[in-house]
Design a protein around this ligand. Structure first.
Ligand code: ADP
Length: 497
């Protein structure tokens, strides 16, 4: 099949969270099976690693997007390292050549013109789906759009002006990576799309309480919808986690499926990981002990003995991730004989709360505020346990990395966490971690206590680690399921045409 991916993030170029890893991992797994995969993303500025590497190898096309008023962009087609076919970079320096992806890294504030930025990006991605037919013969069977930044792509492909609507039918698949971020913009932005006003009538596919909702557009107008775990697919159809779109999702339930993200094992494998000081395997854990030492040194906890568990956390500092719970629980957790190291970037409120907790517990708590890929790998390798008390978690990648790195996950049963972690006391023969259900600080404390106690039994702990490390979370299995969705979407588009 020929597949055009459209996404605002792609590892290793532009990453804020799991979206970047998922787009990269899925695309490579599909390409390795012989499918032709192009990935369309904005041509971001300095710091994205995109500014270098194109010299001489890129073909650059000018496209005039039929928006109101029209807008010129360049599409840079850059041959991509095997197995991918190419990157299609949407070059519009005024919109994309900035320090951040969604907002100013210095202040954490989202850019005010994100509506315009992703409107232009989506139109460019739609144009890319038809343009290359004449330029180099690339005619996608499917356009796979990821999250609200690409929510208008299906609308343009189906209802857009000439130049955005491909000549041959193309299936559209829209993946919800996180329903908590929907891209809701003032209705005035709709006039820029050039789309027919019926799409924006009250309760229409783009309208949301008088505004324009890009996530809703993607859900309403694509042939198939996926999300990143089976449990999250159920949860988003309920008022509790449906974020106001549960009604529409229930309507489209027959076209919605949950497919668990995979782990990109080229990047996340303790046997080959170049970012950790010592490598190791399930059969030989000596390297993990040394990584643990390196991690403890990095946080000035050198004297910590092997009987004291090291707990790790790597996360966006956002309400979704359970930091309010952690901050309520932290004094009780710090009474236990353990070390907790946290790496995170994000909301000021949590930064402040964690910094204050650090002041109260400097000998047990370690904190790094910022985005640090290398330290993230060291924490996965060097910690004994990994904590994810999420309020909701569409898939969650870190618990899967943790399983692979023998860092036993301690999670709240929600979304992908519920689909991947089995509790030690609930199902001992299948267990790979610790799970709590109710979103309560007390439950988190109790679960940490249970895990710390279990850590004392070295033999059963090793068994727990081994089971996690041997689980297959590679992308191959999930890619095969996406392919079925692509076929269904392409067939649907042909039928409709
Ligand atoms: P989400 O996409 O909701 O942020 P995921 O668990 O799906 O959560 O993916 C998060 C990804 O981002 C993981 O690869 C994780 O290691 C990485 N990550 C998050 N915060 C940081 C940080 N401060 N430094 C380095 N990596 C981070």
């Amino acid at each position: 099949m020929k597949i055009l991916m459209a996404a605002a993030e792609l590892s290793p170029y532009a990453k804020v969270g799991g979206l970047a890893d998922a787009v990269s991992g899925l695309s490579k797994a599909l390409a390795a099976e012989g499918h032709v995969v192009r990935i369309c993303l904005p041509y971001y500025g300095e710091g994205s690693n995109l500014q270098n590497g194109g010299e001489g190898s890129e073909k650059v096309f000018e496209a005039e997007l039929p928006l109101r008023p029209s807008r010129k962009v360049k599409l840079r087609v850059r041959p991509s390292p095997e197995p991918l076919d190419a990157l299609v970079l949407v070059d519009e320096p005024l919109l994309f050549s900035r320090a951040g992806i969604y907002g100013d890294p210095a202040t954490g504030q989202g850019y005010e013109d994100n509506g315009e930025r992703f409107l232009v990006f989506s139109a460019a991605a739609a144009a890319a789906a038809s343009l290359f037919r004449h330029l180099d013969g690339f005619t996608p069977d499917v356009v796979h759009c990821h999250d609200h930044q690409t929510g208008l792509v299906p609308a343009f492909l189906r209802h857009g002006a000439a130049g955005l609507r491909p000549e041959a039918p193309v299936g559209t698949v829209f993946t919800i990576h996180n329903l908590g971020y929907q891209g809701v913009h003032g209705a005035d932005l709709f006039a820029r799309t050039g789309l027919d006003s019926h799409l924006m009538r009250p309760l229409g596919p783009l309208e949301f309480h008088g505004k324009m909702n890009l996530m809703k557009a993607g859900i309403a107008l694509s042939d198939r919808i996926t999300t990143v775990s089976p449990t999250y697919a159920e949860e988003i159809c309920t008022p509790e986690l449906g974020e106001g779109l549960d009604g529409l999702l229930r309507e489209r339930r027959g076209s919605l499926i949950g497919i668990l993200n995979g782990v990109e094992t080229e990047v996340w494998d303790p046997a080959t990981d170049r970012l950790i000081p010592f490598r190791y395997t399930p059969g030989n854990l000596a390297g993990k002990g040394k990584d643990r030492k390196a991690l403890l040194e990095a946080f000035q906890f050198s004297g910590t003995g092997p009987g004291t568990p090291v707990l790790g956390m790597i996360s966006r500092l956002a309400p979704q991730k359970g930091f309010d719970l952690l901050l309520q629980a932290i004094d009780a957790i710090m009474e236990m004989d353990l070390r907790l190291v946290i790496l995170g970037a994000g909301d000021e409120e949590y930064r402040r709360g964690l910094t204050e907790a650090l002041r109260r517990h400097p000998d047990r708590l370690g904190l790094r505020i910022g985005f640090d890929e290398r330290l993230a790998h060291l924490i996965e390798a060097g910690s004994d346990m990994f904590v994810m008390p999420s309020r909701y978690e569409p898939c969650g990648l870190n618990q899967m990395y943790s399983l692979r790195y023998g860092s036993v996950p301690l999670v709240r049963a929600t979304g992908g966490l519920a689909d991947t972690v089995v509790d030690m006391d609930e199902d001992p023969p299948r267990a790979n971690g610790f799970v709590f259900r109710q979103y309560l600080a007390l439950e988190l404390v109790k679960t940490v206590r249970r895990a710390v106690r279990a850590f004392g039994d070295r033999k059963s702990w090793k068994e727990l680690m081994r089971r996690g490390m041997e689980t297959d979370f590679s992308w191959n299995r999930s890619a095969a399921r996406y392919l079925e969705v692509y076929k269904a979407a392409a067939a649907e588009a042909r039928r409709a045409a």
